[in-house]
Design a protein around this ligand. Structure first.
Ligand SMILES: [Zn+2]
Length: 189
């Protein structure tokens, strides 16, 4: 594949991010990591890192920044790849739909069912994108199970509600303030 170097973004932390994967995962080829790296650089992501998150959060994508839970480095190869690419897919979405899409999901003025549908749609698109890309990058892997439960909208609804409560307690209004609330919840649950 021909890569136009002008379309590749400088991403803060990318070198350390890839280095950490190289050290932790000898089962992932350099060729695969190069593809992951280019995928990140084209996504609109400005900053990426591994960090400690709560046990239920695999990663977190906010406009311009991706955080991956350190624990995913120990996951099976296709699961690990899927999670990284899923979070990066959200970066493409922020580029395409803008931040207002997610602001609308978490805003208390949006009908909860409508917000749930919007978030489910974004998750399904990221899921599909990540699965295709995982398959493409790992090549030989035939079976990639689905890891997200995207049929249980009650779960998504409860998730949105908990974020709305935290955001309201903090009087968070902007997408940055709301993302701080989300990060707090993901880190402490
Ligand atoms: Zn997601």
């Amino acid at each position: 594949m021909e890569i136009d170097s002008r379309s590749l973004n400088r991403v803060e932390g990318l070198e350390e991010f890839i280095d950490l994967i190289k050290r932790a995962r000898t089962d992932i080829s350099h060729e695969a990591l190069k593809k992951v790296s280019q995928f990140i650089q084209r996504s609109g992501c400005n900053k990426i890192s591994f960090t400690e998150l709560g046990r239920r959060a695999a990663g977190f994508s906010k406009p311009g920044e991706c955080l991956l839970n350190l624990i995913v480095l120990n996951f099976p190869i296709e699961y690990f790849m899927y999670i990284v690419l899923h979070e990066i897919s959200h970066q493409y979405q922020y580029q395409k739909y803008g931040c207002d899409y997610m602001l609308d999901v978490y805003s208390s003025t949006t009908d909860l069912q409508k917000a749930t549908d919007k978030l489910l749609f974004a998750e399904k698109v990221a899921d599909r994108f990540a699965l295709i890309k995982t398959h493409e990058i790992l090549g030989q892997k035939e079976i990639i199970p689905r890891y997200l439960n995207l049929t249980d909208s009650t779960h998504i609804k409860n998730y949105i509600s908990s974020i709305r409560i935290e955001a309201s307690d903090r009087k968070a209004k902007s997408i940055d303030e709301i993302n701080e609330a989300i990060f707090f919840l993901l880190k402490n649950e």
